[in-house]
Design a protein around this ligand. Structure first.
Ligand code: PHE
Length: 452
């Protein structure tokens, strides 16, 4: 049993509140915006299968480990890792893991906020009837216009970042718990409505075939890395978001059961989004590999033609905005918690600093879609570079370290105490966290480096 003093930042009011917050963190743009577009870029079925395997074999055990470390450490990820390293009598440099995560969260939020800004812009486009009766060319133009306008994007990015920081300022319990309780189910319902529409679109079988019939000739080491990286990204793993949420978790809560729920809900949302979108892509002869604009160029077509489309369109983008918000707050929470603990500044001030810096980087990301689009490093613009660096490299590396720490460094009796699993369950987790997860990440890295 863990009878520890609660975190200084507050605690969730119940296990349910934690589930909601962690699910809110996991379900976000990653599921609805990113999963469909990277699936399109990487050939469909085989990519989806690798992603699902990564969620089950790597993501779930690492999520259990990350929540466990957080709850045992009870502080920001950096200080949690230092405390736990001291407890395990291992090198204090394990604290660097917290640092890398904090930086990763910061870099992700910079572009995440820009994309969430697109979703906000689309709420208004939907509201003013902008989708009504449109065809493929018109929705593309609408999206291209937004991309070409730094002013509009900066405006929405600023609004989104401001709202995020307002919520983070109020601390873990504030409005967040209440909001997520109602928003998550609503998002689910609207996705199901979209799936029903896709089923009637005539190209449903083609969409399903694309998503679920694996053709392994379509993927290479880089696609496998993207699928694995996305498993981390979509579950919010490898950077301390789930760890910091775990640190607000009261003792005596089953971490494993909670994890299964979160991962299940997250995967379901991603698959539903894919099932809703690809039939529309085929029905309208759109390009599967469109990239980051994919949902913005397909869903408006559905809303523009279905009955009740105005309402569903507005609702969908509002919910997407909320899904993004509940994720973005967890991206910055590790940094804010650390500033409060170590720099001895008030939560509010910490939010202003962290938020402003992140906003600045986001402005540069906006430019990477227009005036700086020609500026490339390793053939990637700033958005692509940040995405690759964080999702494909930093998160898996963070996850690898978490697995090694939980499986090899910390005393296994401590892990057993925290997890309170039946013997077989614990052994299964131990096997995955000690061998399977680290080896998988390592092998994929070697492949990408061309060593294997
Ligand atoms: N999981 C979130 C999503 O899928 C993104 C995220 C990544 C949030 C890492 C927190 C930490 O949109």
């Amino acid at each position: 049993m863990t009878d520890k003093t609660p975190s200084i930042h507050g605690e969730w009011s119940s296990r349910f509140a934690f589930i909601l917050a962690a699910t809110g963190s996991a379900v976000g743009l990653g599921n609805i915006w990113k999963f469909p577009y990277i699936t399109g870029q990487n050939g469909g079925g085989a990519f989806v299968m690798v992603y699902l395997i990564c969620v089950a074999a790597i993501g779930i055990p690492i999520m259990i480990a990350e929540i466990m470390l957080g709850r045992r450490g009870r502080q920001s990820p950096i200080n949690t890792m230092q405390t736990l390293a001291a407890e395990a009598r291992v090198d204090p440099r394990w604290g660097y893991l917290g640092w890398m995560g904090m930086i990763a969260g910061f870099l992700i939020l910079a572009y995440y906020s820009v994309i969430a800004g697109w979703a906000m812009a689309y709420i208004f486009k939907a509201f003013f009837g902008g989708f009504f009766g449109t065809d493929g060319g018109e929705v593309k133009e609408m999206f291209d216009n937004l991309m070409a306008s730094p002013i509009q994007q900066i405006f929405w990015h600023t609004v989104f970042m401001f709202i995020t920081m307002q919520v983070v300022m109020r601390g873990v319990k504030g409005g967040l718990e209440k909001a997520v309780r109602f928003l998550m189910p609503a998002l689910f319902v609207i996705l199901i409505i979209l799936v029903a529409y896709a089923m009637a679109s005539g190209s449903y079988p083609q969409g399903i075939h694309f998503l679920f019939s694996p053709d392994f000739s379509k993927i290479n080491a880089d696609a496998v890395l993207t699928a694995m990286g996305h498993a981390f990204f979509t579950l919010s793993l490898g950077m301390g978001a789930i760890m910091v949420y775990g640190s607000y978790l009261p003792g005596h809560v089953s971490i494993a059961k909670t994890t299964f729920f979160i991962a299940g809900a997250d995967t379901a949302v991603a698959l539903l989004a894919g099932i809703a979108i690809f039939p529309l892509v085929f029905a309208n002869q759109l390009e599967v590999a469109t990239g980051p604009g994919l949902i913005f160029q397909t869903l408006p077509l559905a809303f523009g033609h279905m009955s009740g489309g105005w309402l569903f369109g507005v609702l969908f983008f509002v919910l997407l905005f909320f899904a993004a918000l509940t994720s973005s707050i967890s991206l910055i929470e590790p940094a804010v918690a650390w500033l409060v603990e170590n720099k001895n500044i008030a939560r509010q001030k910490a939010c202003v600093w962290a938020g402003t810096a992140c906003w600045g980087l986001g402005v540069a990301v906006v430019f990477s879609f227009n005036i700086w689009s020609g500026f490339k490093i390793f053939d990637k613009n700033l958005f692509e570079l940040l995405d690759y660096l964080t999702a494909n490299l930093m998160l898996p590396l963070g996850g690898l370290c978490i697995a090694v720490f939980a499986g090899w460094m910390m005393k296994q009796v401590h892990a057993e105490q925290e997890l309170e699993l039946p013997a077989q369950g614990f052994q299964a987790w131990q096997f995955l966290i000690k061998y399977v997860a680290p080896a998988a990440v390592f092998i994929v890295f070697l492949h990408v480096l061309g060593v294997l």
